[in-house]
Design a protein around this ligand. Structure first.
Ligand SMILES: C[S@@+](CC[C@H](N)C(=O)[O-])C[C@H]1O[C@@H](n2cnc3c(N)ncnc32)[C@H](O)[C@@H]1O
Length: 174
């Protein structure tokens, strides 16, 4: 994942990793002259990077305090991601990098995506809340457009043609 993120960062960037988990990605990327800060509702951080817990809605930072905000596989853990998304765009001066399992509109795809998420998070940490509020790509484009952020890059992360969950990297710029 670090390899996918690095082309979208610039040296000296200050990055906020929302829903950072163990912060392993931040540990790798902070070696490239990136100032990395993590926030999460749970604390299973295993790094020495700056880390804060928060209530899952209000980010404890000033407007435009970060160049880039990373939100990797987090929004579908919110019953309604709109308040947290508003906070992410508030604190980002340039870019939001989003990783998400993206729905294609079919109910079979929704079933498989939900099943995959419950299983993966059960393995990561059984405390993680999984309402599986996934969206289609168009819904993500619209959610960010509403805040003046436009899609500038999209990548499907499918590792093989039989992969049934469509994980995507979506980049939005102010
Ligand atoms: C699947 S893990 C992803 C962790 C990390 N971003 C990664 O990609 O390795 C989902 C993370 O989202 C966090 N989370 C859930 N709801 C959240 C919220 N409302 N705000 C911030 N983080 C949240 C969970 O605690 C968990 O660490």
């Amino acid at each position: 994942m670090a390899d996918l993120i690095i082309p979208h960062l610039s040296p000296g960037d200050k990055v906020l990793d929302v829903g950072c988990g163990d912060l392993r990605i931040g540990e790798i990327l902070s070696k490239n002259n990136i100032n990395w800060v993590g926030v999460d509702t749970l604390n299973y951080n295993r790094s020495n990077l700056e880390f804060h817990t928060f209530d899952g809605v209000k980010l404890p930072f000033n407007a435009l305090e970060f160049n880039v905000v990373l939100v990797a596989f987090v929004f579908h853990h919110c019953d309604d991601c709109k308040p947290l998304l508003s906070e992410c765009v508030r604190v980002s001066s340039r870019r939001v990098i989003l990783f998400e399992d993206v729905l294609n509109g079919s109910s079979f795809n929704r079933f498989i995506t939900n099943f995959h998420d419950q299983l993966v998070n059960w393995i990561i940490d059984k405390r993680i809340y999984c309402p599986c509020t996934f969206k289609t790509q168009d819904e993500w484009f619209e959610a960010f457009r509403a805040h003046g952020f436009n899609s500038t890059f999209t990548q499907h992360l499918k590792t093989h043609s039989l992969a049934m969950v469509d994980q995507q990297l979506l980049v939005f710029d102010r």
